[in-house]
Write a protein that binds this ligand. Sequence first.
Ligand code: ADQ
Length: 476
Amino acid sequence: GDPQVPAQRTFDLVIAANRLPVDAVTGADGKITWRRSPGGLVTAMESVMHGREGAWVGWAGEPGKAPRAFTQNSMHLRPVRLDQDDVVDYYEGQSNDCLWPIYHDAIVPAKFRRRWRTAYERVNTRFAEQVAKVAAPGATVWVHDYQLQLVPALLRKLRSDVRIGWFNHIPFPPVELFMQMPGREGILEGLLGADFLGFQRKPDAANFLRACRGLLDVTVRGDVVHLPDGRSVRASAVPISVDYNGLRELAGDPAVQQRAAEIREQLGDPKHILLGVDRLDYTKGLRHRLKAYGELLQSGDLDPSETVFVQVATPSRERLAAYRELRGQVELEVGRINGEHSPIGSTALTYLHRSFPRTEMVALFAAADVLIVTPLRDGMNLVAKEYVACHADDGAIVLSEFTGAADELSRAYLCNPHDIDKLKQTILQAMHDPPGEHRRRMRSMRRTVMTNDVQHWAEDFLTNLQAAPHKPKGHR
Ligand code: ADQ
């Protein structure tokens, strides 16, 4: 153990996620400081940790020796060590080159390597051990996402007194796809170590329950899995959301509003600004979106002197071949579209392959007339909800039916991104519908996001977890 951490320091609430909610920043003097990661998850966790002592167990982002335990914004951070081979085999391999594609409808083929599975088990064990050390007696443990599916059962073996919840940020696949996974039963058994399992959508929970029924010797009644040892585990939908009030406030900030106006001006004050914001990931349907936009310019339905498209594509997982290949294809297409259609001195398609501060993202959302969200599969898609929070009465969203967000944002302009002709029509409709129609749709979506914000999501998850039967009747 680390001599810096008093062995007795334990916590009533423990979060376990692949990454800690901070990024290392190296200063000019070479000293490392930590900056809170952007994003709703950290905000949500801060709100549920408010007034209680909480710890967060996760990787600090660099391979090799883990930094020592530290406290930031009253969150007690407990770094887990990942060595270079853990990063390659557990994180890049098993998590992102096997589980990620299987859980996203095998948009690209999944790869199966026995070495990756071994590393996944090894790292999940390390996480479970670390959580077992910092959890107070009877603590609540909240495990996040597909990288840590074995942690619930591993932790239960070490600490049967704690209450364990797991939330899946990505979809859970249909059993026909899930069955391809070598060691598939082990994943289900790993998850069933929890007391409560949360999914983005009802169909994700249903897929999980179907997989349990089909592959394990368990009984499923309603949304509860009954295990042979008498325990039972509930699986249901708790859709994640965004920090509505925080975004709303930022969007209303005069400096951000001014920046939004400036962005419009910098883009040549076009009649229409279309916007896409995604990690550069093959699940996000970027190529389908670019194809539709290119064809609309080609046919003359869109005039590049009136319409500009801004695509923010955040760098992601560039060590994996599938991601490098996608980047090449996207950048080729961007170049082709601009080469064929950009007027001199401006661009039909502004492509930004980098990260931006939160304020700049909000200014972009506020400046955009139509947000275009076309994933082929997406657990939720926070970008769509963020856009809603940044618009009061105007704006429109073209939204893929294959996102979790589409379940709640039914007043978006829904589309099937595989159907390019329909997608084109939907984009045009979203652009040209009258302001009254936009207002009606946005108001309805805003009510949805306002009432189900990220704080509500976190409370809802924890309430479900507390309500789950922890011990079966007659068990001690
Ligand atoms: P992601 O696949 O990363 O998340 P998403 O939900 O859209 O997808 O979240 C991306 C976040 O990053 C958004 O908050 C967005 O504003 C921000 N972002 C994107 N590009 C950025 C840039 N260039 N600079 C700064 N910020 C940027 C996974 C699942 C989703 C699920 C979330 C949460 O794949 O389906 O919604 O987790 O559960």
